[in-house]
Design a protein around this ligand. Structure first.
Ligand code: PLP
Length: 459
């Protein structure tokens, strides 16, 4: 049972814990420099942030994060699924340095520069499907979603949008209207953009009332046509359906293979645009450049950000060329497509194509196998799911009732941190594993040894 995760039976020569690089935690913890930063943070920084534990980052290298007191952590968060190529990959650093020496900013809104057109060409070619594509550059995920929202209304002349419960699309007013994740994100902000209707996302483990996974994917789409379009939402008023190929903040929920193709058929039937929000699932995280490729679907619009430039702030809204035909002045920004970020993105994509996509699949499968083994040891693990290195573990009080246990989930994440493993929560009661795409089996072995110890102690 413990074959793949135990210290006693390493899966290959050299996989023993003693030979691997290990986290290093000095006592007492948190250390003196971390305490100073936390104090200043409490005094001067917006209290709206949601820190799970007091990591004060100082230096990152590959899979490892060193804090200000010299503690070393194994990073299975990648700074919320961002540092795709690992922390400070030497090729990313060099690409950014070279560009910084030449041109830092000239605003793509009013001028032209090579870095931007070069990256747009690359993104247009790697985006799924054969239709020609065009790119609008942004600085973040929420901005990519805002751009997609506006383009959908502009192109169709329709106002309504359909999104999913559990979805996270960002926190600015437009994207927040589409978000259906947690009420705390919406409360007290007044009325948002009107015309958004949320429907059930195929969250099989928690919401499906039977055991036919594939059928469930179709049912969720049929509800839109058979109920929504007949009772409350005229289909000819819907500009777009926006969907995360795999729900991220909502709990790393992987929908059935039937789901996205059914959505594509429905949207085509009613002249509705399909927007795939790949901000979290895109840029190689699932083993393909864009997660929607696993379903063989070409969306009309794709939003991306996070991992695109290995940590430099950059986002992109990629659309079919005949959809992105708005006129000059219709939409723009000052910083989108910053040349340094563009060069980091081109290097990121090169690294993905040179092997990190395959690595994400390989290491992701190994991680899932090991988490399944762990779930056989600890009944508090209700579900293990994911694709590539986008993997979720759902924590429950009881496997039969599936009662959520966010307190235990938080405890496990906190204890893992104290043992040198960085994890993040997602959904109501899940743990997410979103390491840099350079993660190797040996990193998984180390992470799982820590996690096994934490589960033993916590339970
Ligand atoms: N869309 C998805 C799917 C996301 O996961 C996120 C962030 O987690 C966003 C949009 C918003 O991105 P940002 O935080 O960069 O605004």
């Amino acid at each position: 049972m413990k074959k793949k995760i135990s210290k006693q039976t390493p899966s290959r020569p050299g996989a023993g814990a003693s030979r691997r690089e290990q986290p290093l935690i000095r006592q007492p913890f948190p250390g003196p420099r971390a305490k100073e930063v936390l104090k200043k943070d409490a005094q001067y920084i917006s209290p709206s942030y949601t820190r799970s534990y007091p990591l004060v980052a100082h230096k990152g290298s590959g899979m490892w994060m060193q804090d200000v007191d010299g503690n070393r952590f194994l990073d299975f968060t990648a700074g919320i699924a961002v540092t795709a190529t690992g922390h400070c990959h030497p090729r990313i650093v060099r690409a950014a340095q070279r560009q910084t020496e030449k041109l830092i900013h000239m605003s793509g809104t009013d001028f032209y520069y090579e870095a931007q057109s070069q990256l747009a060409e690359k993104l247009a070619h790697i985006a799924p499907g054969n239709s020609p594509k065009k790119v609008f550059f942004t600085n973040s995920g929420t901005e990519s979603v805002e751009a997609a929202f506006k383009l959908a209304r502009y192109k169709t002349g329709r106002e309504r949008m359909i999104a999913f419960f559990g979805a996270f699309h960002g926190r600015t007013m437009g994207s927040l209207s589409l978000t259906g994740s947690k009420v705390i994100q919406k409360g007290k902000f007044g009325s948002l953009v009107p015309g958004v209707t949320h429907v059930e996302y195929p969250y099989f483990y928690r919401l499906c009332k039977h055991d036919d996974f594939l059928r469930y994917g179709e049912e969720c789409v049929e509800f839109i046509e058979k109920v929504l379009f007949k009772k409350t939402v005229p289909p000819d008023e819907v500009a777009a359906i926006i969907v995360e190929p795999i729900q991220g903040e909502g709990g790393y929920v992987v929908p059935p293979l039937t789901f996205h193709p059914a959505l594509r058929r429905l949207t085509k039937k009613y002249g509705i645009l399909l927007i795939a929000d790949e901000v979290q699932s895109g840029m190689g995280r699932t083993g393909k450049m864009f997660a929607i490729e696993h379903w063989g679907v070409e969306p009309d619009i794709i939003t991306t950000a996070k991992g695109i430039a290995s940590g430099f702030p950059l986002g992109a809204m990629i659309a079919k060329a005949d959809v992105m035909d708005w006129e000059p002045g219709a939409h723009a920004n000052t910083f989108g497509g910053n040349p340094v970020a563009c060069m980091a993105a081109l290097e990121t994509i090169a690294l993905l194509e040179e092997g990190l996509l395959d690595n994400a699949t390989r290491t992701g499968d190994y991680l899932m196998d090991n988490l399944r083994t762990l779930s056989r040891m600890f009944p508090a693990i209700g579900d293990v799911r994911g694709l590539g290195l986008m993997v979720g573990l759902e924590i429950v009080k009881d496997r039969e009732t599936k009662e959520v246990d966010p307190a235990l989930r938080d405890k496990i994440i906190n204890e893992s941190f104290r043992k040198g493993l960085l994890l993040l929560p997602c959904g109501e009661t899940s743990i997410r594993f979103s390491p840099p795409l350079i993660a190797k089996k040996s990193h998984v072995d180390t992470a799982l040894e820590i996690l096994e110890g934490v589960f033993r102690k916590a339970l």
